[in-house]
Write a protein of this length. Sequence first.
Length: 241
Amino acid sequence: MSFSLTLTSLLLPLLLSVRLTIATAAGDEAALLGFKAGITGDISSALAAWNSSTSFCSWEGVTCSHGRWPPRVVALSLTSLGLAGTLSPAIGNLTFLRRLNLSYNWFHGEIPPSIGRLRRLQALDMRDNSFSGTIPANLSFCTSMTYLHLGSNQFHGRIPPELGNMLTRLQKLRLPNNSFTGPIPSSLANLSSLYFLDLSLNNFEGPVPPQLGSIRGLEVVDVFQNSLTGILANDSLPYIL
């Protein structure tokens, strides 16, 4: 075997690894720029420095992983920045994302189904915006989620039963002050880690699923101002509205 052939066989895996590393990093940058493309208003100029002249890990609101190469985006926190626009489907390409906080802005439109690709997502906070439409069933694919807050938006329709069947790590579920309708799905009783449930200020109707009383760690249930009937039987609950 010639020296050149041996050298090529040794260097090829390294070159492929470098190419993959560059492509992976470029993928997160492209996803963030795709997110920015959905922004139509930025009164605080928070995203003005989001461009390829600097590392995306230094951009406003972006947190990258430490001790990992290539670095990946693990958190995006853009709360209370006066951002307006829609949530780009590109958000689903940030596959290492663990926390997404877009609260207290002026986002509108629907949650893109691509959000279901965020299998590592642990916390999603979209409260106090103008998001609308229904909760996409694909959100149930975010099986690492422990915290979900969609309060004070314009969501409507029913809670997908898949959320109760698949988001079994969920600890806090907050959907207040929207226009959700229909019954509360009994599948929420599968959320065995749930301790805080807020469904207040909606248009839910029908009986409160008695199965919710079987969640041993459930501490707070707020169903104020709905059209619900029945009583939740759980002696351990200190707070029920």
